[in-house]
Design a protein around this ligand. Structure first.
Ligand SMILES: Nc1ncnc2c1ncn2[C@@H]1O[C@H](COP(=O)(O)OP(=O)(O)OP(=O)(O)O)[C@@H](O)[C@H]1O
Length: 687
């Protein structure tokens, strides 16, 4: 076990010299830097608090987690503090960069198996540690697996991690939609029963495929499509034909992780014993195999950024719209993406299932077959005839209907500008001692509590505020990351810069500064128009947004059943709107009506399920259930989707019927056996 360094990293921007940019996430820019007093190269992640799409809890959690961890495979933070409008997190510098960047620079088709085994084993060790301490990482992906110059592997980015020991609000956050869609487990998407550590095992399986192919399955599709494919298709896996170069044990490992039922996935601890890891090698091997000959990280990052900029221009010239520009954000593997349902739906509608042009298409480095293989669909299965087959991947029409189905499960992106939080994050190794030396023997809940107490004390005494004002005045303006021009596509959360009051979480609301409205472009312009026309947003509607967590907001739709008239969804944000809203045109009402129709269908299904459940548990006979359900099924379905659901329900009914029969048979058998058993002593008595 690596021991926490005795060095004290200063919590003062003046003690660091920023060099080149080496990474960029949705909310942060990462720099190589020098810690002047210690003469040590470090990485500084500068989160722009004004533009950051995390909320207070999210950022605090990330920093807190990063400082308290103590494991060689988990990237910890030396310290963190606010500097002007940014939060600086000082970390060890991982000169190799992320696996994603390494693949993009030198291994576009993915790594060799021993490299993958080594990377995955180290990542899994990190997960074993995190899970043992009650943490779900929730964003396991190649972009978050970092390598240092010696080939040491560390799992990074706790921006969306969650603590399993949480209660109340934090507990509810595990019922929210967190992560990056391609890597996201089906149960996280479903939001039905929450999720646990096993969500990381799914992401780990997807990461295994990502390292094997150079890209994650479904990575060419827009987020909503990814949701649908993950929920509806068979889990992705390694293909016998295309992935011949990989061993049976690798295929098995991936298959073990990518089981839709989380209960059937192995724990991280069990997975670590998988025979696939027998081929894992040393850090030296890794450094030699994948880092040798690579230009320095800053240079690679600059080249990749320039290539992406070129691609954006090409795409823009080819397609001339913002939709494809937004795709690029997604392809880059950035975690933030827009959950504005209407926006996503309109984008999904523009994309045909099997011919989405991507960066790879433009480069000619991948072919379509790759993607089909990822999802277990053969090339033959892609013929137009097959599109009508209900077993095939969903057609555009079906997919579009399903977008409505998912509406209840999705939340939009929350944004909480955090200017007012300056000073809340100053944490160094001294503070660490004040809270908890490390996780051993301390529950994560205790740690959280201590942290909260300390933070509020600091705020109350104004201690950090005073220190920071001194520091911020000395900070050159240019080191605060500018709003990233590459993040201007539609994947920027549409409410990112809204000056509207955020509903929820008490005191935190008062921290919302007024930020000028952003000049939206592309799909976001609709929202702006909506604002201009004074149409109520989801957030204007009293009680619509009841909670904001991390990058997501939980709406009342997530937590409470809806009455029929409350089910009208805003065609813009997915939030409820009143049917009497002024300025409604027929066109704007239509999507809402479609939603109501769809939701009625879903409610009908739900009622049928409930009736089944009640009847089964109360031990009623199947006939009465069947009779009642059949009554419900008499309602003639009108759309293809409804017809499909109707026939599925009938099938389910039949299955339930036969199960009940079987149960009765077994009961009868049981009774006979019992009778025979009872008669045994009397026989003995006679003898
Ligand atoms: N300690 C480090 N050393 C070197 N490079 C780093 C370090 N930390 C992060 N990076 C690079 O910066 C990139 C962005 O960092 P990070 O993922 O933490 O930002 P983020 O805003 O949380 O990103 P995301 O939106 O993908 O979650 C990483 O993908 C990685 O390439």
């Amino acid at each position: 076990m690596e021991h926490i360094s005795e060095k004290r990293f200063p919590c003062n921007a003046k003690d660091y010299r920023l060099y080149e940019e080496v990474g960029e996430g949705v909310s942060a820019t990462v720099y190589r830097a020098l810690c002047i007093p210690l003469n040590e190269i470090v990485a500084i992640k500068a989160l722009d608090l004004e533009k950051c799409n995390n909320d207070f809890d999210g950022i605090r959690r990330e920093v807190q987690t990063m400082i308290l961890i103590d494991h060689p495979n988990v990237l910890r933070a030396h310290c963190s503090f606010t500097a002007d409008h940014s939060l600086w997190v000082v970390m060890p510098y991982m000169a190799g960069g992320s696996c994603l960047h390494i693949m993009k620079s030198a291994f576009p088709e993915g790594f060799e198996e021993p490299v993958i085994a080594t990377l995955l084993r180290e990542t899994l060790k990190a997960l074993v540690y995190l899970h043992a301490h009650g943490h779900i990482h929730r964003d396991v992906k190649a972009g978050n697996i970092l390598i240092d110059s010696n080939g040491a592997v560390k799992l990074a980015d706790f921006g969306v991690s969650a603590c399993m020991f949480d209660t109340g609000d934090r507990q509810r956050s595990r019922n929210t939609f967190v992560g990056t869609p391609c890597w996201m487990a089906p149960e996280v998407m479903h939001q039905l029963h929450g999720y646990d550590f096993k969500a990381d095992i799914w992401s780990f399986g997807i990461t295994a495929l990502e390292l094997a192919h150079g890209h994650a399955p479904f990575s060419r599709y827009p987020p909503m499509k990814v949701l649908l494919m993950t929920l509806q298709n068979a889990p992705p896996g390694l293909d016998y034909e295309r992935d011949r170069r990989f061993s049976k044990s690798f295929r098995e490992l991936v298959a073990d992780c990518l089981v839709k039922d989380p209960k059937k996935r192995p724990t991280s601890e069990k997975l670590l014993k998988h025979h696939f890891f027998k081929q894992a090698r040393s850090y030296d091997y890794l450094a030699h195999a994948i880092l040798r000959g690579l230009p320095p990280l800053g240079e690679r990052f600059r080249i990749l950024k320039a290539q992406e900029a070129d691609l954006l221009v090409q795409n823009n010239a080819l397609y001339g719209d913002q939709e494809h520009l937004s795709q690029q954000e997604y392809i880059r593997g950035i975690s933030a993406w827009n959950f504005n349902l209407d926006d996503i739906k309109s984008r999904a509608a523009l994309i045909r299932d099997y011919d989405l042009p991507t960066a790879e298409d433009l480069n000619g480095s991948r072919n379509l077959r790759d993607e089909y293989d990822d999802v277990g669909i053969t090339a033959e299965g892609l013929s137009p005839e097959r599109a009508n087959d209900s077993n095939a991947a969903p057609s555009q029409e079906d997919g579009f209907n399903d977008l409505h189905d998912l509406e209840n499960s999705l939340a939009s992106f929350p944004i909480k500008p955090l200017q007012a939080l300056k000073g809340c994050f100053d944490i160094g190794e001294d503070d660490e001692g004040a809270t908890s030396p490390n996780w051993k023997g301390t529950s994560a809940l205790d740690i959280e509590q201590q942290f909260l107490t300390k933070t509020s004390l600091d705020q109350a005494t104004g201690k950090n505020e005073g220190e920071n004002s001194g520091r911020s005045s000395s900070l050159p303006r240019h080191v605060v990351p500018e709003h990233k021009k590459f993040l201007s596509g539609s994947l920027i959360p549409d409410n990112s810069f809204s000056s509207k009051k955020v509903i929820g979480e008490g005191d935190r609301d008062s921290l919302q500064p007024k930020i000028p409205e952003r000049n939206y472009s592309g799909p976001l312009s609709y929202r702006q128009r909506r604002d201009t026309n004074s149409l109520p947003s989801a957030e204007d509607t009293s009680g619509a947004v009841i909670q904001r967590k991390g990058r997501f907001k939980v709406t009342s739709a997530d937590l409470s059943p809806k009455g029929p008239m409350n089910n009208l969804f805003s065609s813009v944000s997915g939030g409820p709107v009143s049917p009497t809203t002024p300025n409604f045109t027929a066109a704007s009402l239509l999507p809402s009506l479609q939603c109501v129709l769809q939701q009625n269908t879903m409610q009908r299904e739900e009622i049928i399920r409930l009736i089944k459940y009640v009847e089964e548990t109360s031990g009623k006979l199947a006939e009465s259930a069947e009779a009642r359900n059949n009554d419900l099924l008499q309602i003639t379905p009108s759309s293809t989707r409804e017809r499909e659901l109707h026939s599925q329900m009938i099938l389910l009914q039949q299955r339930i019927g036969s199960l009940v029969e079987e149960l009765q048979r077994q009961k009868l058998k049981n009774a006979q056996l019992e009778k025979q058993l009872n008669s045994l002593p009397s026989k003995d008595g006679r003898m």
